[in-house]
Design a protein around this ligand. Structure first.
Ligand code: C2E
Ligand code: CA
Ligand code: CA
Length: 566
């Protein structure tokens, strides 16, 4: 925590005089005035220097009670040193009226002015406090406030660590996984509105059982006190259950993906607020990365997080050493069950950790400049194999996934057409899959680069269609050939009417725009039947074939009976 935070905290304390302190503070000022009056008298009268001491009680009252306090104290002081106080006590010489009246006026104006300044200062400090300790969108207490509250609840780390008599405190970090996506698609105002809705929903469910904080955009915190772990888990489950219903933002129903991490005091080894908060965040990220909804902190998570970072550090070398391998998931035309191609998916054959799935390293790699060399490696590998496969299967097409980063710089989009020439592969047999959200990050640049690829005859597909909350306008702005309907709509299409409706509408939309439709995540025969009825063009999924090695795919191609099995 920086000195600025510390300053704000101290300033905030100074600005608020608790009500129980007011009467003693006022009495203290009066006592000071009486004391100075007495001092002036015993030191010989107002002719000497002691009347100046009256500034102490006047400024003190101004600081504590503002303008009214300053003026009242100044008038009391002025009158105390007024007509009844001699100029010289020894000779009993009285002051002239003008003398004490001028003093009274001077003290009163200084008291009033100082009070006004203090009042202004207090107002500013309160504003700073509000800005520093409250979230701007939701007006709920923020991270700083949570740290502050926790440090008040938890004794400092130096306190007796063996003392387990403190009632348990649970800190829950809640992550709205798709917040960033919603923010990008619907705009920051919608993002703020969403945070307000979420905060209100949290407070509503908790009904005072826990305190809600807004930690960052897309992240909330909840603190439960004096509660055992089972109850805490029950409440967190209730919170997450609440978000199974869509939240409405700008009249759009939005389905939130929420994960939570819990850290408990005094279970953690180190006993301070900052660590507790960090641990609940670590638990939250862990539950997020392993696809769980809730995780409670345990110390092995520290190692896992370090592992992920270490893995990222090794990725560059892995690309250079060809440790990456591609697997291919077959794709079938629905009208005649013909195998028409495959989606290429990357894996990492790590020398000590075994086969690592893309979800373990790609999301992290996407934050770095490694994404271009990685995709380039993938393109090389796919083109090399595609060239061989097309000699026996000229209709075959392979789809490669692109990451948002790949389209920010012209480097990769320019290199790909050159590679097609080098490998002598027909551009129409190569397809790139992109998600809606990635296109929205930098639409102009993305569109320019995509057009460049499309102009070379390469096909473009929208991946995970239907999950991006984006406007459909981009479909007409982009040179898109294929719409891949997301797995979430396909998996239960045979039993859920709504999924079937969305899929039917997507297929209809694609057809009208002259696009080809692919359903992904087909896991059973029933889904195949429905997709056939709806007129979907092609399908892919575990039911039709799992992702397989290039060797297996070659064998698959060479065995039409196997390929036509479905
Ligand atoms: P994606 O593009 O949506 O790929 C489909 C994912 O769904 C694959 O997971 C695939 O194995 C899985 N899948 C296919 N059919 C089914 C099914 O019937 N049921 C279920 N439950 N799952 C199915 P995978 O291989 O783990 O890839 C995950 C994600 O990683 C991909 O999602 C893609 O976004 C990314 N990815 C994979 N390879 C690459 C790559 O070479 N480059 C880039 N940029 N991203 C990649
Ligand atoms: Ca894909
Ligand atoms: Ca997909």
């Amino acid at each position: 925590m920086s000195w600025a935070n510390e300053l704000t905290r101290q300033a905030a304390r100074l600005a608020l005089l608790p009500s129980r302190m007011r009467v003693p503070a006022a009495l203290f000022s009066v006592v000071l005035i009486v004391a100075v009056t007495w001092l002036v008298y015993i030191t010989g009268g107002t002719a000497y220097v002691y009347p100046y001491l009256m500034f102490f009680p006047i400024l003190l009252s101004a600081a504590l009670f503002g303008m009214l306090g300053g003026v009242t104290a100044a008038m009391l002081a002025g009158l105390a040193l007024g007509p009844f106080m001699p100029l010289y006590v020894v000779t009993e010489t009285a002051q002239t009226t003008i003398n004490w009246v001028i003093r009274l006026t001077l003290l009163t104006s200084i008291g009033g002015f100082a009070g006004m300044l203090f009042q202004l200062l207090r107002h500013q400090l309160n504003t700073i406090r509000r800005l520093a300790f409250r979230d701007r969108d939701t007006s709920l207490p923020n991270r700083l406030s949570l740290e502050e509250d926790l440090s008040e609840l938890i004794p400092p780390a130096t306190a007796d660590a063996e003392d387990n008599s403190n009632p348990p405190i649970h800190v829950v970090s809640v992550l709205l996984q798709n917040f960033e996506q919603i923010n990008t698609s619907l705009g920051f105002r919608a993002g703020s509105q969403l945070m307000c809705e979420v905060a209100a929903a949290l407070e509503n469910v908790l009904d005072g059982k826990g305190d809600v904080y807004v930690l960052d955009p897309g992240k909330c915190g909840v603190v439960f006190r004096d509660m055992d772990s089972a109850d805490c888990m029950m409440w967190v489950n209730r919170l997450l259950k609440q978000f199974e219903l869509p939240v409405s933002v700008e009249d759009i129903p939005i389905h939130l993906e929420v994960t939570a991490g819990i850290a408990t005091y005094p279970d953690s080894e180190r006993l301070d607020a900052e660590w507790l908060l960090r641990k609940s965040a670590l638990a939250m990220w862990t539950s997020n990365s392993i696809g769980q909804r809730i995780a409670s902190y345990d110390h092995t998570m520290e190692g896992d997080m370090r592992n992920t970072l270490q893995l990222l550090g090794e990725l560059r070398r892995a690309i250079e050493l060809d440790e990456l391998v591609m697997v291919f998931q077959p794709k079938f035309r629905l009208s005649d069950s013909q195998l028409i191609g495959a989606e290429a998916l990357v894996r990492w054959q790590h020398p000590t950790r075994g086969l690592i799935p893309p979800g373990m390293f790609l999301p992290q790699a996407e934050q770095t400049a490694l994404m271009d060399p990685l995709t380039l490696w993938v393109v090389h590998d796919v083109l090399r194999r595609l060239k061989a496969w097309r000699e026996t299967h000229p209709e075959l097409g392979i789809a490669i996934n692109l990451s948002a980063r790949n389209l920010l710089e012209p480097h990769l989009p320019e290199r790909i057409p050159e590679l097609l020439v080098e490998y002598q592969v027909e551009p129409g047999s190569l397809e790139f899959e992109l998600t809606e959200t990635m296109l929205l990050r930098n639409p102009d640049q993305c569109i320019r680069h995509l057009e460049m690829l499309a102009n070379h005859g390469i096909r473009l597909a929208i991946d995970d269609f239907g999950t991006g909350y984006s406007s459909l306008a981009y479909l007409t702005r982009l040179p898109v050939d294929v719409l891949k309907i997301d797995q979430t709509f396909i998996r239960h299409i045979a039993t859920r009417d709504k999924d079937r409706t969305i899929t039917a509408a997507s297929i209809d939309l694609a057809r009208r725009l002259g696009m080809y439709t692919v359903a992904e995540g087909v896991e059973d025969a029933a889904a195949m039947t429905v997709l056939g009825e709806l007129g979907c063009d092609a399908a892919q999924g575990f039911y039709l074939g799992r992702p397989m090695s290039a060797e297996d795919f070659t064998a698959y191609l060479g065995n039409p009976a196997l390929a036509r099995h479905h």
